[in-house]
Design a protein around this ligand. Structure first.
Ligand code: 6R9
Length: 623
């Protein structure tokens, strides 16, 4: 027997009555009414008179906050008895114990019950105009058939199923089918075309299978999935996420960071093999009953207008993409954007890397016509969902270009100095840590809990260490400065590589850049910049190098100006678009043996080009 998700008639009646009552009351009653409209379950929380108070309570009394949200937003078969049982110093994280639920029921059945004909997925296939739509009813049937298929093949609760499929409905149904029968999934990036794969799967016995598949009753802390991410050492880590806390956090962030409302079409163009695909293509949107887009093509196929053509055709309301794609498209000019009607867009999102000012401005001014908030969302595979983003905040609250800015509900960021002390003032930089647990965080590294503790909890005991550096502005806003291992120390001056890249990228001839440090006999570390030029740019490399050095000296400091500038056709990137600085560092240190795991690399040929370019530069300029 599945309990309804807090939306019992009793609840609706009482919150309705409260709202009516509040509208007749004084000012605090009015803002209480606003809070109720903003987040219904928050209306029952003591002392919450506005959004700022709600944010404060989510940190100061996080148990009450998360209990109310979990009761209201998830559909439980047994209610939880303990909100949280966490000890960050030991890497122990447990949420909603005693609770039982099924993630696929939360993502499908409950919406099928209320609106079976609502479109769950729009599959934007490689050929434009060939999109296919799947209703919640159809996705549930597909999921149940696959669940039965897996069971027939002996897959049991607690097993782990590796999914190697491109971003397509069958892949989503496979993830949900695992969740339905209680198996964990492990999605890896795939190269098959979806059609080729669908053909193979249709060939199997699928259509004969029953469309009813009894959902397994799962504990809150049973494993939902593992996802591999390559660490800075190059040895991939299988991060483990569990059922209730992850789903709740993905759903809540999806709803509030993007201001998603019922009936919106949500377009996150990430591959499902990346955590962004898990949380914001699949679990967050489906838990909220949204229509979510599965983007199976590339931003420049058949031309650089592809995204915006899709926005017009599918009437997308929220668009969520990566800075690397924005930088790429900016190169091709505004005409590819202006050709299409983008009036449905309400929020634009960015994820994966710091978004440089030029790309942010273009995204905001050209793509969003200057009227859509741009949310630069900071988070990680480890955090499960967005932790720092400009929204939610008051509708007219300022958004600073290229800044993630504000912590989400329940998130308590701190900056640490090199001695491991918490920095309390503003206008300061440090190592970004989280002082409190939240439901979406990873629970362990698959088969290596000690590595989990050593990596995330041991560097700053009692805190979760993100591995990123951040700056907190005078106003208290956060700006991510990049991975801490991407910090260079030149003659005792610590400088984030992202800071230098931001200046280099401001040069109109530059499409993108990557800066790394290398061992320098005098300065400790030297600065080495890889620069990719915009298409059709014809300049003398020596002249441009001088210009870039001048820009960095002027905007940052003389010591930050690159010792070497290598011009490259492209940079080695992960398939989610992150520049692999780890690989670039190894090339520059001439440690080709130590390149580490390259399995997440988008195109291995890019590394060979970089190695050759580096050798050429060295032979010209000496070591
Ligand atoms: C979601 C995702 C995590 C790392 C993270 C940080 C970088 C992500 C960012 C950002 C600056 C942003 N990162 N979003 N840096 N601004 N808005 O990307 O997960 O693949 O695990 O990478 O990506 O360095 O630590 P994942």
């Amino acid at each position: 027997m599945w309990l309804p998700c807090g939306c019992t008639s009793k609840y609706v009646a009482s919150s309705f009555a409260r709202r009516i009552l509040a509208s007749y009351l004084h000012v605090s009653g009015r803002s209480r009414c606003n809070v109720a409209a903003f987040m219904p379950e928050a209306a029952g929380l003591e002392g919450v008179s506005g959004r700022a108070a709600l944010r404060e309570l989510s940190v100061s009394n996080s148990e009450s906050f998360w209990a109310a949200v979990a009761r209201h937003r998830l559909c439980w078969s047994t209610a939880f008895h303990t909100v949280q049982d966490c000890d960050l110093s030991r890497g122990k994280i447990k949420w909603f114990e005693g609770g039982k639920l099924n993630v696929s029921v939360n993502c499908l059945d409950r919406h099928v019950h209320t609106c079976p004909e609502r479109v769950a997925l729009i599959w934007e296939r490689d050929e434009k105009g060939s999109e296919m739509k799947y209703t919640y009813g159809e996705l549930l049937e597909m999921t149940c058939r696959l669940g039965n298929l897996l069971r027939r093949h002996g897959v049991k609760r607690g097993d782990c199923v590796t999914i190697y499929m491109p971003t397509c409905p069958l892949a989503v149904a496979s993830m949900l089918a695992c969740a339905r029968i209680g198996a964990a999934h492990n999605v890896v990036f795939a190269g098959f075309s979806a059609d080729a794969l669908a053909e193979r799967i249709r060939d199997g016995e699928m259509l004969l299978l029953n469309v009813v598949c009894e959902p397994a009753v799962m504990n809150s802390e049973d494993v939902l999935f593992l996802l591999y991410t390559s660490g800075s050492t190059g040895k991939p880590k299988g991060l483990v996420h569990t059922q209730a806390g992850y789903l709740l956090y993905a759903a809540l962030t999806h709803r509030y960071v993007f201001s998603y409302h019922d009936g919106d079409v949500f377009g996150c163009v990430a591959d499902i093999g990346w955590i962004t695909g898990h949380s914001y293509v699949v679990y967050g949107p489906l838990a909220n009953g949204a229509t979510t887009v599965l983007f199976e093509s590339t931003p420049i196929y058949p031309d650089p207008g592809r995204y915006w053509d899709m926005v017009e055709r599918l009437k997308i309301n929220q668009f969520y993409g990566a800075p690397t794609a924005i930088r790429l498209l900016l190169n091709y000019g505004d005409q590819w954007v202006n050709k299409y009607d983008r009036s449905t867009l309400k929020t634009l999102g960015s994820v994966g890397e710091p978004i440089n000012t030029e790309a942010w401005e273009w995204y905001h001014r050209v793509v969003g016509d200057g009227r859509c908030p741009v949310v630069d969302t900071w988070w990680q595979t480890e955090t499960g969902g967005i932790c720092i983003a400009p929204r939610p905040s008051d509708p007219d609250a300022e958004i600073v270009p290229g800044m993630a800015m504000r912590p989400f509900f329940g998130i308590n960021p701190v900056l640490m100095d090199t001695e491991g002390e918490v920095l309390t003032s503003n206008n300061t930089s440090g190592a970004l840590c989280m002082a409190q647990p939240w439901p979406g965080m990873a629970r362990t590294i698959h088969k290596d809990h000690q590595r989990f503790i050593d990596t995330y909890f041991q560097p700053y005991p009692g805190y979760f260490f993100t591995g990123d550096g951040a700056y907190r502005s005078e106003e208290g806003y956060y700006q991510i400065t990049g991975r801490l291992d991407d910090v260079i120390n030149v003659s005792g001056h610590r400088i984030g590589t992202a800071e230098i890249e931001d200046v280099v990228n401001q040069c109109p001839a530059v499409a993108e850049s990557a800066v790394v440090g290398y061992t320098h006999s005098i300065k400790g570390q030297g600065v080495y910049a890889f620069v990719v030029l915009k298409k059709g740019i014809d300049v003398q490399e020596a002249d441009l190098s001088r210009q870039l050095n001048g820009m960095v000296s002027e905007k940052i400091a003389k010591y930050a100006s690159p010792d070497f500038i290598q011009f490259a056709k492209r940079l080695p990137k992960t398939r989610s678009g992150k520049i692999m600085r780890r690989v670039l560092r190894k090339v520059v240190e001439s440690d080709l043996e130590g390149l580490g795991d390259l399995s997440t690399l988008d195109d291995p040929a890019a590394v060979q080009e970089i190695i050759q370019g580096h050798e050429k530069l060295l032979s010209k300029n000496g070591p």
